[in-house]
Design a protein around this ligand. Sequence first.
Ligand code: BGC
Length: 482
Amino acid sequence: MAVGSLADAPKDLLSEIKHLEELFTIDTAKLKEISSHFEIELEKGLSVEGGTIPMNPTWVMSYPTGHETGTYLALDMGGTNLRVCQVTLTEQKSGFDIIQSKYRMPEELKTGDAEELWEYIADCLMQFIETYYGDSTKLDKIPLGFTFSYPATQNYIDEGILQRWTKGFDIAGVEGHNVVPMFQAALARRGVPIKLSALINDTTGTLVASGYTDPKMRIGCIFGTGCNAAYMEDCGSIPKLAYMNLPPDTPMAINCEWGAFDNEHKVLPMTPYDIIIDKDSPRPGQQAFEKMIAGLYLGEIFRQIMVDLYDNNEAHIFAGQDISKLRKPYSLDSSFLSAIEEDPFENLSETLGLFQDKLNISPNLPELELIRRICELIGTRAARLSACGVAAISRKKGYQSCHVGADGTVFNKYPHFKARVAAALCEILDWPDKTDPKEEDPIEILAAEDGSGVGAALIAALTLQRVKDGNMHGILHPENFS
Ligand code: BGC
């Protein structure tokens, strides 16, 4: 089959593509504007009045040294799976062993009843303990790091008052409440022998886990179902903690919750598709930045565009075909877009196969090329916007050169994501041209260590150690640390 190019596409499609390119392309000047505004918002979030970005202090008050030891449990309540890990931090510097089990997180639980959620989690933990530790009635309580990756106010490391659900979760009776007692009540009902040492965010876990093996790590990021970052701040730069009178140079990891950036829509170039996604989501007006970047939404942005091109425009794509499958909200996830961007064939035959299998639609060649271009536009926009956050934290902290640890399906699996973020960082921060193409970028984003497993265990270890050393700041239940 002759290889087509967009230049051969019918006129109507070409004008659609041009229009979409205008909507989704973010040039260097706009990137810089977004990133500068981001920096201001990071600062605001740390102030007493607060801002849109929550900038939650986490009571993680040091990086690991690499010499932490001990065995801990880690529980990760992710969007897709529930993961329980036994992590042993070994005598060898920065060493660890991990045993883990994954449990599916039933879809109904995400929008169901709080009690059922906690019961399910307690059951999974119990199952894990009985498998790997034996009779639970004969065990001393095991220290646990609980990765709860939603925005939570932490006046203490063993507390987490859910600010709001994100990533499509919508369980009544949890927002505004401390999730720890709910979780512990379910554990107590089943006699699960656990004491909670730390409630952590996946980004903080990523920062700490990556810092365990790489001393140049300064920022932990997740680009997955949701998106967010954490970094280490000095208490002297956190006005909202001034009342605690901590020495100004005390480190404090901040869970930025940057998904909330620009909820007031001052700088982000939202398209009509972003507006619909927000309006139809369980929390309209929240997570503006996340909804343009995170894996949960990339497929949905694409789907919205496709349906719009079929229904409303001159383009008449998929003429005469039944698009009922395409009409189902959230039926396409970011792996669908990844696969399209990865299609190695000039005639996009894999994309055709994907559309036929998943959606029962057979696009013609110009349509396939339109589809590929739309994926590129969505994926590139997500990467370039992500860079704005990384650049803002780096500038705020004066980091000229550092490593950023990143995790999540979009970072790990979405084609070209890393290179696109790196290119955008270079534009925002005006890096000079490299003399040797193999040279590292001044700020290099690298695949992180396992934040919600190893990171959670390390944070449990660091917290137990600091309590032992007499630093009781941000500890609600000292009895759990003896
Ligand atoms: C949550 C964050 C989390 C991020 C990545 C966001 O939706 O609010 O707490 O770090 O997703 O998982």
